[in-house]
Each structure stands twice: as structure tokens, then as C-alpha cells.
Design a binder for this molecule. Structure first.
Ligand code: G3P
Length: 212
């Protein structure tokens, strides 16, 4: 399973890059707002840092407006993926952008039926939101498994990006459910390295190595 970093803060993307295991970046309007910069400004800088898929989200609107904005963003760099909402207009925009060979990521997916609509429109990626499913008491592992099963049964090539990852347990869910990708905040990626028995084991090795 590939790891993307879910942030629009350039310093975090630089740190994630240094770890050597991050293959892409996702952003959304909330993350862009946190960065205090414009979408174009941030996305432009991200393209200089990571050579992999970079999701830039359009403003939710009618299909025509989202297509126009999607085309504009896609012209910024070959790695730009246009993130679209799971609405009737978002799905129309997904189809139109796919027909122009522009990669898409349909976001805010909470059911296999929604994922099917995105896959049928040719989405490159669908983003089920694990943390928000968990908050609302829904089974996020089942959602990802079901999306993958439907995708494989009907032969779509859409990849799943497990999003809204809030803790390491959400990572376990994404991995065990068979998600293709997880997009993860930097602080959670850093937590994935940690285990109390690793820390304890290192202390024992360090003490024993002084006995030589
Ligand atoms: O990738 C989507 C993610 O940023 C949303 O996370 O924690 O706001 O549900 P959250």
C-alpha cells in the first residue's frame, strides 16, 4: 500500500519527503486554508518537492465551473490530480475531465454505491473517509473492502485512497481492508514508527553494547 501525505503545509511535505516513503500528496480546502496560502501557490510549490500524484481540490460548484477550474489546475503540472466532490455535478466533471485524460480523485465517499458512480465516470482515485466513518459509528474497514470488491468484480481500474486517517489504528484498518493507498497526516506517519517494545528493545541493546 502506498503512502501519501495529507497536508498543504510545505514544511510538513519536506519532512515527509525526507522520510523516503511518501509517494504523493493530497490537499483539500480545509488543509489549504490552514496553510494560509492560495491553492495555486501551494500546489505549485508542492510540484517542486514531490514527484508523484498531487491532489488539488476544485471549489464545489456546477459541473461546468468545476471542469474549467480542473483544466486550469491540471495545466500547472503533469502530476496534478483534480479532486472533485461526490455530487451529481462532481461526477459529471469527473467524466468530462477523464475524457480529456486528466486524472481525478473523487472525494467524500462513504458508500460503495457512491464509489461505483465515481468508477463509472472513470475516476483515477476514490477517497473513502475513514475517520469520519468511525466518528459516525460506521464500519470503515467494510466500506473499503466493499469498494475494492465491487471495483475488482466489475473490472474498474480506480484506486482507493483511504483518507481522514486520524490515528495508527485507522492505518491498520486501511491496510487490512486492502486499500491501494492511504493519505496520512505527517504526525500519524511519524507515529507509525513508534512501538513501546521497539523503544525498550533499543534501550536493552544500547546497554548491552556498552558491556563489550
Ligand atoms: O483527506 C481528507 C482529510 O484531510 C480529512 O480529514 O480529519 O478532517 O476527517 P478529517
Amino acid at each position: 500500500m502506498e503512502l501519501f501525505v495529507d497536508t498543504a503545509i510545505v514544511e510538513e511535505i519536506k519532512k515527509a519527503k525526507e522520510l523516503g516513503i511518501v509517494k504523493g500528496v493530497t490537499t483539500n480546502p480545509s488543509l489549504i486554508a490552514k496553510s494560509g496560502r492560495s491553492v495555486k501557490d501551494v500546489i505549485n510549490e508542492i510540484t517542486t518537492l514531490i514527484d508523484g500524484p498531487i491532489s488539488a481540490e476544485v471549489d464545489e460548484s456546477d459541473a461546468e465551473t468545476m471542469i474549467k477550474q480542473g483544466i486550469e489546475y491540471s495545466k500547472m503540472h503533469k502530476n496534478i490530480v483534480i479532486k472533485l466532490p461526490l455530487t451529481q455535478d462532481g461526477i459529471k466533471a469527473c467524466k468530462a475531465l477523464t475524457e480529456q485524460n486528466i486524472k481525478t480523485n473523487v472525494t467524500l465517499v462513504f458508500s460503495p454505491a457512491q464509489a461505483l458512480l465515481a468508477m463509472e465516470a472513470g475516476a483515477t482515485y476514490v477517497s473513502p473517509f475513514l475517520g469520519r466513518m468511525d466518528d459516525a459509528g460506521f464500519d470503515a474497514k467494510k466500506l473499503i473492502r466493499d469498494i475494492c470488491e465491487v471495483r475488482d468484480y466489475y473490472g474498474y481500474s480506480t484506486q482507493t485512497i483511504a483518507a481522514s486517517i486520524r490515528n495508527v489504528e485507522h492505518m491498520n484498518i486501511a491496510m487490512l481492508a486492502g486499500s491501494d493507498i492511504a493519505t496520512v497526516p505527517l504526525k500519524i506517519i511519524e507515529k507509525m514508527y513508534e512501538h513501546p517494545l521497539t523503544t525498550q528493545g533499543l534501550k536493552i541493546f544500547a546497554a548491552d553494547s556498552k558491556k563489550k
